[in-house]
Design a protein around this ligand. Structure first.
Ligand code: CDP
Length: 231
């Protein structure tokens, strides 16, 4: 069957990565979490003391950027891809609230986006991938055969993220997480470079009232519609 590119964009914490991962597994595609790449750069900045409040030392980061190595490696046990920064697994470190609170400032920097978009395009060269993020269907792969734009109410998204962090034993109150979800949406939608917006040819999924299984079925039907067409 012909291989395609599937772009899944949408607001923060709306379950994009769960659905993207499930779909990739089901159809034998590679899953790429583009948000993990912005998170890895953010973690790098935190570790290297490049933040002063919400301001990042752009000069130092621009110098370091060409040497920052981000890759995904499959965990042999869990069979899930994990994010590596300069050869070290940072999968857990990049999911903390501390990183979530800074990531949108890093993601607004043009030179960071340029470098990461280039890497993402390289990863999708052979097609057969599901990539999730904010600008996949608009900037990274404007010709993706299937584009999905996911949305859900902010309260529901914050509750999901809260449950996820609690399950992992991480810190963060519901109020703090809701504020972070809303703040990131605001910054992501209003930045000058590749703001979060729905591609004109994207199909919209509001999953506020959907179970994980229901969204999986919906997405598989979308995939079937696209690959079944024109073959
Ligand atoms: O998991 P969640 O949906 O909350 O966020 P994420 O996908 O891990 O992305 C973290 C942050 O990276 C977002 O809030 C955006 O600021 C940024 N991002 C982006 O700008 N472009 C992408 N393609 C992916 C993420």
């Amino acid at each position: 069957m012909k291989k395609i590119i599937i772009a899944i964009d949408g607001y923060s914490s709306c379950g994009k990565s769960t659905m993207a991962k499930d779909l990739a597994k089901e159809i034998g595609y590679i899953y790429i979490d583009s948000g993990a790449m912005y998170r890895a750069v953010t973690f790098y900045c935190l570790e290297h003391g490049l933040f002063d409040g919400n301001e990042v030392n752009e000069v130092e980061l621009a110098k370091a950027m060409p040497d920052i190595r981000i890759e995904f490696r499959l965990n042999a046990e869990t069979k899930r891809p994990e994010t590596y920064l300069d050869g070290r697994c940072v999968e857990k470190e990049i999911r903390t609230l501390a990183v979530s609170q800074k990531v949108s400032f890093i993601a607004a920097l043009g030179f960071v986006r340029e470098a990461l978009v280039r890497l993402q395009q390289e990863m999708g060269k052979e097609k057969g991938i599901v990539m999730d993020g904010r600008d996949i269907g608009t900037t990274v792969f404007p010709d993706a055969e299937l584009k999905v734009f996911v949305t859900a109410s902010a309260a529901i998204r914050a509750k999901r993220r809260y449950d996820e962090l609690q399950a992992k034993g991480e810190k963060g109150s519901y109020e703090e997480i809701l504020a972070n979800v809303e703040e990131r949406d605001r910054i992501d939608m209003n930045r000058a470079v590749s703001p979060l917006r729905q591609a004109e040819d994207a199909v919209v999924l509001d999953n506020s009232e959907m179970t994980v299984d229901e969204q999986k079925t919906w997405l598989l039907a979308q995939y079937g519609r696209v690959v079944g067409r024109g073959e």
